[in-house]
Design a protein around this ligand. Structure first.
Ligand code: ATP
Ligand code: MG
Length: 213
């Protein structure tokens, strides 16, 4: 049996066309079913539904053989996973944003210590260290946009796709840290034990990415 870890929502939705192109149908709709283990048209392949940020943990510790996770989630998680393929889905960017009345460039130039609120502390730490900017990181789990508006922080590091959430909250994207997309990750031990079926599935995904890109 091969177990594929997906998270509900955008990653699940964007993975379906790739699975379909790889000849796999998921036999139950996660939006109407309460099941967390979904059978597929391939008797030897099942899908498990986990939190987006739990996908690397499942794959690393063998709860799933492979999974789909955003680059943001993978960078925050750290090493330990084989990452063979960029699926080019759930695309967005990681950016720095500030209140429209905050002069970010001047603050950086003056060498001010910045208070930065984010869910992505590893990515933020690495980014500001590389720029030589001193930051106090404030860990949040959601609604990052609120932090600069309430005085909790000078800046946020968050995912941006259209920019409309930032705009609605009078925030300005002042720096693009990196482009983000979702990646296929594989448990290295599983790849050894189930080499042929996993390799075939990875190859099918790869062909599907090429075809739908
Ligand atoms: P959870 O809801 O479990 O806290 P999450 O909010 O990170 O996790 P999703 O919102 O489903 O879960 O996001 C899953 C992935 O999709 C993210 O890790 C990121 O890679 C990508 N993503 C997040 N926001 C966007 C967006 N606005 N546009 C495109 N892709 C996005
Ligand atoms: Mg979300």
């Amino acid at each position: 049996m091969i177990t594929l870890a997906l998270s509900k929502g955008r990653i699940y939705d964007d993975s379906m066309p790739l699975l379909r192109a790889a000849g796999v149908e998921v036999l139950e709709d996660p939006e109407t079913s309460r099941k967390l283990i979904l059978p597929t048209s391939r008797p030897d392949l099942r899908v498990v539904l986990v939190r987006a940020s739990d996908v690397p943990t499942y794959v690393q510790h063998g709860g799933a053989d492979l999974g789909v996770a955003g680059l943001d989630v993978l960078l925050e998680h750290g090493d330990g996973l084989y990452r063979p393929l960029d699926l080019k889905i759930a695309r967005c960017r990681m950016s720095v944003a500030v209140r429209q009345d905050f002069d970010y460039a001047a603050a950086v130039k003056q060498g001010s210590r910045l208070r930065v609120a984010t869910k992505y502390t590893q990515i933020a730490r690495q980014h500001f260290a590389a720029k030589g900017v001193h930051v106090d990181l404030i860990k949040l789990y959601g609604s990052m946009e609120l932090a600069p508006l309430t005085g909790l922080a000078d800046a946020i590091v968050d995912l941006v796709s259209t920019g409309s959430t930032l705009k609605a909250n009078h925030l300005l994207e002042v720096e693009r840290i990196m482009d983000i997309s979702s990646r296929l990750v594989v448990n290295p031990a599983a790849l050894k034990l189930k080499r042929e079926p996993l390799r075939a599935l990875i190859d099918a995904f790869e062909a599907a990415v090429g075809a739908t890109a």
